[in-house]
Design a protein around this ligand. Structure first.
Ligand SMILES: Nc1ncnc2c1ncn2[C@@H]1O[C@H](COP(=O)(O)OP(=O)(O)OP(=O)(O)O)[C@@H](O)[C@H]1O
Length: 239
């Protein structure tokens, strides 16, 4: 399978201005990721798992290293790409999946879920039909599809968020604890969707509080806990 991402010597630290001090969130992380591979990030609380995902998505700026993404337009260093290029990649090739929905006033659940397909050029009716399919798959009851998610429960918002985040296949998915607080049915739907995307070539980097949820998908594990930082191949991995 073709290479999707090459991460070399990636480091990220934070400055605590009020304490006049600096500390490393993670240091010197390197790995390659191929199409259809699933990399699990593990480590103790505060080991830097979410920070690594945010650094790759450029929500946080890296301190050093490079992250070469093999996009449809050529190889691009995610750490140094122009904002406009990054915005395009985020819309078309790189997804970031969390448990939190950014609901918008007066935008219905089904419109929110259909939006990525519409932006990708699908007809309004097609996009809406598929959005409804995914809302049903994640267990959002039909009476809520045309309602505004701003008033939904936390779990309902999370399901809408997953439907929206996973409706359009991406080349790379960054998953930050997407199963947290999901009910059993929605967790099964999520794992099934991830398996389908993976078998169609989506590469994934994930942080899971309960990695057993995705045990069958994991190809490799990186432990970010300082001193034990290492890459393990799947077969004999205990997550
Ligand atoms: N914006 C920030 N400013 C300062 N420190 C931060 C910031 N974001 C994260 N940190 C710190 O970086 C370290 C790594 O945080 P991170 O959230 O990546 O850990 P994690 O491995 O995902 O932890 P957990 O398992 O608890 O979710 C923590 O010590 C955290 O306090």
């Amino acid at each position: 399978m073709s290479v999707v991402l090459e991460v070399q010597s990636l480091s990220k630290g934070f400055t605590m201005h009020h304490l006049d001090s600096q500390f490393a969130a993670f240091s010197d992380v390197s790995f390659d990721l191929r199409a259809g591979e699933f990399l699990l990030l593990k480590g103790k609380n505060g080991a830097g798992k979410s920070t690594l995902l945010r650094t790759l998505y450029r929500t946080y700026l890296a301190q050093s290293g490079q992250a070469l993404f093999h996009s449809h337009h050529g190889v691009i260093d995610l750490l140094r790409a122009a904002d406009v290029d990054l915005a395009l990649l985020r819309r078309t090739e790189i997804g970031f999946v969390t448990q939190f929905l950014t609901a918008r006033p007066r935008v219905s659940a089904e419109a929110l879920v259909a939006e990525p397909l519409r932006l990708a050029g699908r007809s309004a009716q097609d996009a809406l039909d598929e959005a409804r399919h995914w809302l049903a798959a994640f267990g959002v009851k039909e009476s809520l599809w045309r309602a505004y998610p701003t008033t939904f429960s936390g779990g309902e918002q999370q399901k809408v968020n997953l439907a929206r985040a996973l409706i359009l296949p991406q080349k790379l998915l960054l998953l930050d604890e997407p199963t947290a607080s999901l009910d059993v049915g929605a967790r099964a739907a999520l794992v099934a969707r991830l398996a389908e995307l993976k078998s169609n070539g989506t590469a994934m980097i994930g942080v899971f509080h309960h990695p057993d949820d995705v045990a069958d998908l994991i190809d490799r594990v990186i432990d970010l806990t300082p001193e034990t930082s290492q890459i393990e191949e799947r077969q004999d991995v205990v997550v």
